[in-house]
Design a protein around this ligand. Structure first.
Ligand code: COA
Length: 202
């Protein structure tokens, strides 16, 4: 089973090249310390709607530096999609290995016992011009492979998905996620919990 430290030492173990129609291709790889500036451009380029649907602590170089400084230091693995040949970051994919008490409580209410031995959290964000073209679907098997290599058999959505995020919900459902329940956020917005069981997909 891979550890976050091993991935940070040898990012090539998770690096994959994908061919895309519109551009020469993208590389799926772990976030690296050298990505700060490029990641800041990615975060800064997200539209207000993307920021509403996928929230980060900030959208500037400070936020990007924090994400890069966190590599292999906590319980999170962050992967990026890097456009080739431009080297532009066009996606940030977050995999969390720790569960929160509120995750555990909500899923328990739905009759599902979560465990850090089996479950991880996942949150994807694509650049605006990369959304809605099947790229998320193309990379989901790679994310599933990462989760398996980290020893996990189920993926839950990081913080759920906003109930009005129709594209993301369609994306998750067509890729095998099932709805587990719903909950209201602090601002009153409704979100859905969704889960993918990796033992049920190839
Ligand atoms: C969510 C996200 C990762 C999905 O990746 P993606 O590459 O855009 O998704 P896909 O293209 O694989 O799938 C989207 C599906 O939704 C459909 N769709 C698009 N807009 C839709 C809408 N308004 N209502 C319903 N379905 C919609 C697409 O037609 C497609 O389904 P199809 O293949 O059956 O035609 C990406 O859109 C994204 O980063 N969005 C902004 C941030 C975000 O919402 N992150 C998730 C937070 S939980």
């Amino acid at each position: 089973m891979l550890t976050l430290a091993e991935i940070a030492d040898e990012p090539l173990v998770l690096t994959r090249h994908l061919a895309l129609r519109a551009v020469a291709g993208v590389v799926f790889r772990p976030l690296a310390h050298a990505d700060t500036e490029r990641l800041a451009r990615f975060l800064g380029g997200l539209s207000p709607e993307s920021r509403r649907l996928s929230t980060f602590d900030g959208y500037d170089v400070v936020a990007a530096r924090e994400l890069c400084d966190a590599i292999a230091r906590y319980d999170k693995l962050r992967l990026v999609l890097e456009e080739v040949p431009s080297s532009r970051i066009v996606g940030l994919l977050e995999v969390g290995l720790a569960l929160t008490p509120s995750d555990i409580a909500r899923y328990r209410e739905a009759g599902i016992e979560l465990s850090e031995l089996t479950d991880c959290r996942f949150g994807p964000t694509l650049a605006d011009d990369y959304q809605g073209q099947g790229v998320g679907t193309l990379i989901l098997p790679l994310v599933a492979d990462v989760a398996r290599r980290l020893g996990r058999t189920r993926i839950i959505l990081w913080g759920g998905v906003l109930a009005d995020n129709a594209r993301a919900i369609r994306h998750y459902e067509k890729n095998g996620f099932r709805r587990v329940g719903s909950f209201a956020g602090v601002d009153g917005s409704l979100s859905l919990d969704m889960m993918l069981d990796l033992r049920r997909i190839p």
